[in-house]
Design a protein around this ligand. Structure first.
Ligand code: PGA
Length: 248
């Protein structure tokens, strides 16, 4: 059985002082997590060292919100995989819709980022998802298939997470219906070609929607933005419970 992965993407939130206070509240709430799940937090780069130290011994791992494809060089403002490894980072989000939109990241660059992550032993979390226009034009499958194919070129499908994040559901409060999210996650798993790949859902996940999402057969975890900023709320998400009937 696949181990589920619950990840919190803090985006551009939390100073070190705020991150420290967060982890103090969060630690006891995830002390007895069931073994069937892995929890990750993705702080901004500046708070990674603080969070890594504060969560040591909890089993909660640290993800980076992005990673550059070169190890070093004249790339002002960027962070490389070796720099992340030094802080105990284990995962790196690549291809999130925000850098795709605001910094015009291409599938080719995203692929380079994922490759660099893997080459250094980090697990890339490749985000894919359609816009509202694309969904309404019935292009969802075609768009996501292309993102998966181009994003994963040359990538080992065994050391990877894919997150299905419909752009229209991110930060909007509109969660994708769990059955539809499950359908797309199943398609993604087929396209990746590894039946054991973890496929997450992301987009307005919160305490109210988590249990139903996690009861779906092809959803192996979630990538949570806004709702991960509250330690109590994110701990509730990490402690999701699948109703007995769904789990059977
Ligand atoms: P959200 O963000 O949970 O705030 O919608 C999700 C994401 O961007 O990964």
């Amino acid at each position: 059985m696949r181990r589920t992965v619950i990840a919190g993407n803090w985006k551009m939130h939390m100073t070190c002082a705020e991150a420290q206070a967060y982890t103090e509240a969060f630690r006891p709430l995830v002390a007895d997590l069931p073994r069937d799940r892995q929890v990750l937090v993705a702080p901004p780069f500046t708070a990674i060292a603080t969070v890594a130290a504060a969560l040591q011994g909890t089993g909660v791992c640290i993800a980076a919100q992005n990673v550059h494809w070169e190890d070093k060089g004249a790339y002002t403002g960027m962070i490389s995989a070796p720099m992340l490894l030094e802080h105990g980072v284990t995962h790196a989000i690549v291809g999130h819709s925000e850098p795709r939109k605001y910094y015009s990241e291409t599938d080719e660059q995203i692929n380079l980022r994922a490759r660099s992550a893997q080459e250094h032993g980090l697990i890339p979390i490749l985000c894919v998802g359609e816009s509202l226009d694309q969904r309404e034009a019935r292009e969802t499958e075609r768009v996501i298939h292309r993102q998966v194919e181009q994003g994963l070129e040359g990538i080992d499908p065994l050391r990877l997470i894919v997150a299905y994040e419909p752009i229209w559901a991110i930060g909007t409060g509109k969660t994708c219906a769990s059955i539809e999210a499950n359908r797309i996650c199943g398609l993604i798993r087929g396209w990746v070609g590894n039946p054991d790949v973890v496929v997450q859902y992301g987009g307005s996940v919160n305490e109210a929607s988590i249990d139903e999402l996690m009861a779906q057969s092809d959803i192996d975890g979630v990538l949570v933005g806004g709702a991960s900023l509250n330690p109590k709320g994110f701990a509730r998400i990490a402690n999701y419970q699948v109703p007995v009937a769904a789990a059977a």
